[in-house]
Design a protein around this ligand. Structure first.
Ligand SMILES: [Zn+2]
Length: 134
């Protein structure tokens, strides 16, 4: 069975060698003796941070659509924000009725749903990108 340096992953020519002939580090008895996995340093691939669903939902709850901006789609988020603010304004000025608050709540729920979809889509896309890198 071939021996590998535990530090750099170099395959040792001499199985009884006390030191690695590549990096010079001492070979311990605990050295892995598998030839399938070689220790490769983690490359400098960009790390995709998962978007936080709770944070996105809180943002969209406070300011409709802003959670979508946080998720990465600025244009869509602002469109939802402006759209909902305008609709809400129209509802409260033109359609003064007892159901207006219910419609406003429905709009907030709508914005939260769009935010939820957006965060899921962005996280799924990033996970796919991550998988393709390795
Ligand atoms: Zn070595």
């Amino acid at each position: 069975m071939a021996k590998f340096c535990g530090k750099c992953g170099n395959k040792l020519k001499n199985e009884n060698a006390k030191f690695c002939d590549k990096c010079g580090s001492k070979i311990s008895n605990a050295t892995r003796s598998t030839n399938t996995t070689v220790n490769t340093p983690i490359n400098n691939a960009p790390i995709y941070k998962e978007k936080s669903m709770p944070l996105a939902l809180i943002l969209s709850f406070l300011l409709p659509g802003i959670g979508i901006v946080y998720a990465g789609d600025v244009a869509k988020g602002l469109a939802v924000f402006i759209g909902l603010v305008v609709i809400n304004f129209l509802l409260n000025t033109l359609l003064k009725s007892p159901i207006t608050p219910i419609l406003s709540i429905a709009l907030i729920i709508c914005s939260l749903y769009l935010t939820y979809e957006e965060v899921n889509a962005v996280n799924e896309k990033n996970r796919k990108l991550m998988r393709n890198q390795f």
